[in-house]
Design a protein around this ligand. Structure first.
Ligand SMILES: [Zn+2]
Length: 374
């Protein structure tokens, strides 16, 4: 039996639908909203009035008239709220401020090695407060702080259930939030980055995100939702076995993808500097060219396995994904050669956020919660 909704609930659903409709589109008229959402003009007008009073929408001008009065163009107000995202890594903290559209308004990256201590969490709190001060935005408009960690989280995302990259097993969101005067949420780093890549895209629903950072991770997004797995361990592509009895992975196993496809494998030859690696590669320096060819041969197997498993778009992200654009055609050709069913690899894409995708994704979790609450 379906539950009958009362008028307050219906009103909230209408308002939320109208806001989400505006969020996904360019400026639009009241008439178009009413027509598309099958709502009456007075209902739409009343809801828009409420959203305008809250400064969540703005009038951006008038449409050209096709006879009669010109219609107002209405859009959502992307700077009505902001969110902060943190990317916590073993040695650094990345910080971003985004608006409701996911545009990065400010970013900063500090060397700040992780330590499971009060000093560290209080230090992160100071970094956040100073960063927000530098951003010079109305602090009343900040929704909260999304914190991405190289760790596997509990189902409620408040506790760390597994971590080896940083020493934070059993860690909680409270350890951070004690020193951050905004609501805080935790995300897995690769899931956050994958979430950011799909945000605002209406052309694809399913994606496998392969994060090629100093450790390899990933994220499986089906029907726009992260598939977390039964133990929140889905998308740990870094620990798929690539070569039985191969190189030893940091996890202790042998032959994992991570040992062949992490960004470190490349930047090893340039003192850990991945930008420098790609500079040398462009100059066709022999050590980098050889490392790249070896790297690609492992990456191709990994990508082909993902395509065979998921049959959807594969997005390459992380430090390597940010530089791979110039080599995408070469990579597509190699991947296509391995494929049983397809002669082209157009499913392969590079990430749109070349910088701080993880921090952006963590911040977008705050934005998503806000949009759902309107
Ligand atoms: Zn491993």
């Amino acid at each position: 039996m379906s539950k009958r909704l009362n008028s307050i609930e219906i009103k909230k659903i209408n308002r939320n639908n109208i806001y989400k409709y505006l969020y996904q589109r360019d400026p639009i008229s009241v008439q178009d909203i009413a027509y598309s959402l099958k709502l009456s003009l007075p209902t739409v007008a009343q809801n828009l009035k409420e959203l305008q009073e809250k400064e969540l929408i703005v009038e951006t001008g008038l449409f050209e008239s096709t006879g009669g009065r010109k219609a107002k163009a209405i859009a959502y107000n992307s700077t009505a709220r902001y969110a902060v995202g943190l990317d916590i890594t073993r040695n650094h903290v990345g910080l971003v401020l985004i608006d409701l559209s996911g545009n990065v308004l400010n970013n900063s990256r500090r060397q700040f090695p992780f330590e499971n201590s009060r000093d560290y969490f209080s230090g992160v709190g100071d970094l956040v407060k100073r960063f927000i001060e530098d951003c010079q935005v109305d602090t009343g408009k900040i929704l909260g702080v999304g914190i991405a960690l190289p760790a596997i989280l509990s189902a409620d995302k408040r506790t760390v259930s597994y971590a080896t990259v940083i020493d934070f097993q059993g860690g909680t969101v409270e350890l951070f939030s004690e020193f951050i005067p905004y609501p805080c949420t935790l995300s897995n780093d690769a899931n956050a980055a994958g979430f950011a890549e799909l945000w605002g895209r209406t052309d694809i629903q399913n994606v496998v995100y392969l994060s090629l950072n100093n450790s390899v991770g990933g994220s499986i997004i089906l029907g726009k939702n992260i598939f977390a797995g039964e133990n929140q361990r889905s998308g740990e592509f870094g620990h798929m076995t690539l070569f039985p009895n191969g190189r030893t992975c940091y996890c202790g196993q042998k032959g994992c993808v991570d040992a062949y496809c992490s960004a470190k494998v490349l930047s090893e030859s340039t003192n850990g500097d991945i930008a420098e690696f790609f500079k040398q590669l462009k100059r066709r320096n022999p050590p980098q060219t050889q490392a790249w060819e070896e790297y690609l041969s492992s990456l191709v197997i990994t990508i082909n396995n993902l395509r065979m498993n998921f049959d959807c778009n594969v997005i390459l992200g992380g430090y390597v994904g940010a530089y791979i654009e110039d080599y995408l055609d070469q990579l597509k050709a190699l991947v296509a050669l391995k494929n049983t069913f397809e002669s082209k690899a157009d499913y392969l894409q590079t990430c749109k956020y070349k910088l701080e995708a993880t921090a952006v994704g963590a911040a977008l979790q705050q934005v998503e919660t806000f949009i759902d609450s309107i």
